[in-house]
Design a protein. Structure first.
Length: 404
């Protein structure tokens, strides 16, 4: 376990543990932002996460964050797919979290959320009350409502509501999707959108030879990377020139995308790169493309807008809540023709693209801040703890009354 200094002077300090499986993408960015802001507010914070996922880039981020967290960072193997070893993993998570004696256990994503709710409940029985929170970040909500997998996972989500004090959605879209696919939660549910730091609202200087297009994110079909590649090929076929693109990220489908680029004859135009710090990546392309088939509240959209980068994104998840449902920079998901047309339009009029980016940044600055996100979540923690402690105290008082 990587651990930082511990200080227990303020009685209002909470001991907060975040549980997340994969230390990658927007979900981990959200955990790190919350942990840093909660630490700055005087709380003792720790993170429990998977040791099987991520490479050198993620390891560097974890090593950088750990010294500032009083309860440190604990890494355990957490396989992505449900399997019998989850019982062993759950026991390991329980032992790790128990040693941290949290007041709040906040799970992120399907696996992290499951462990947090069950472990938090077990600790509440044997020790002090623990407030149990869950942020889906899309997760199981991406499954189709009528699919077999969807029915199984939605049923599990419904059951786990009995072991949860609060659900924190990162977008209104996610909250509505939960209502549609799972039903009205038996616990309290709130929407707290992701936030950005003040220093992120600054221009990025492009590298010499920056590509026309930029993609940053996980390499998996859900993110629509293949749609972008096919859109580039379509533009090449009808104009004779392929826009250049830098694709940054790792993931299970990257080898398939590399083969697709070669099969379409785009090796000279499309280049793959490993993950990089966000603003280093931003310097590698003139227009950010987010071609996702599904999303919740993607950080890459927020970060791109804050940096003043022209952006094309799909009309999915919480993205319209960021840009506005009527934004001209939104296209239908899984639509190669629509995406190719928007790319041609934006690359053909860079002045208009820049002006649109400046307008979007001004609107974003007023709505999405880390301070607001952390303060909203903190209020939810304190309210849940007050309810749980009140219930326990009421139960203890009732047990002292003589029987009728």
């Amino acid at each position: 376990m990587l651990q930082g200094p511990l200080n227990r002077k303020d009685p209002r300090q909470l001991r907060i543990v975040h549980c997340v499986r994969a230390p990658i993408g927007g979900i981990f960015r959200n955990v790190l932002d919350l942990a840093a802001a909660q630490t700055a507010s005087g709380h003792h914070v720790g993170i429990v996460l998977d040791s099987l996922t991520g490479g050198d880039f993620e390891a560097a981020k974890i090593a950088q964050a750990a010294p500032g967290l009083a309860l440190g960072i604990t890494r355990l193997p957490m396989p992505r797919i449900i399997n019998p070893s989850d019982a062993i993993t759950g026991w390991r998570v329980f032992r790790a979290v128990r040693s941290l004696a949290p007041d709040v256990l906040h799970g992120h994503g399907a696996k992290g959320g499951t462990f947090a709710r069950l472990v938090g409940t077990a600790l509440s029985v044997s020790q002090k009350p623990v407030a149990r929170f869950y942020s889906p970040h899309g997760g199981t909500l991406h499954y189709a409502k009528g699919s077999l997998a969807g029915r199984v996972f939605f049923g599990l989500e419904r059951t786990l509501e009995h072991f949860c004090d609060g659900i924190v959605h990162v977008s209104r879209y996610e909250a509505n999707t939960y209502l549609d696919k799972i039903g009205t939660p038996r616990c309290r549910a709130s929407v707290v959108v992701n936030g950005l730091r003040p220093e992120e609202f600054a221009d990025v200087e492009l590298n010499p030879g920056a590509s026309d297009l930029l993609y940053m994110g996980m390499m998996r079909d859900l993110k629509g990377t293949d749609v972008l590649i096919r859109a580039i090929a379509l533009i090449r076929d009808r104009t004779g020139i392929a826009p250049t693109a830098s694709l940054l990220g790792e993931g299970q489908d990257r080898p398939a995308y590399e083969r697709l680029v070669t099969s379409l004859g785009l090796d000279g135009a499309v280049r793959f790169h490993s993950s990089k710090p966000t603003r280093q990546g931003f310097a590698m392309g003139r227009v950010m493309v987010v071609p996702s088939r599904a999303e919740s509240m993607p950080y890459i959209v927020l970060e791109s807008i804050a940096a003043g980068i022209p952006l094309i994104a799909t009309r999915v998840g919480g993205i319209p809540e960021i840009l506005g449902a009527a934004s001209r920079n939104l296209v239908a998901p899984d639509n190669v023709e629509a995406l190719a047309g928007k790319i041609e339009e934006m690359l053909g009029d860079p002045n208009s693209a820049h002006g649109s980016a400046m307008i979007a940044r001004k609107a974003l600055r007023e709505r999405f801040t880390v301070e607001h996100m952390a303060a909203s979540v903190e209020r939810l923690y304190f309210r849940a703890l007050a309810r749980r402690r009140g219930l326990k105290e009421a139960g203890a008082a009732a047990s002292l009354q003589p029987a009728d």
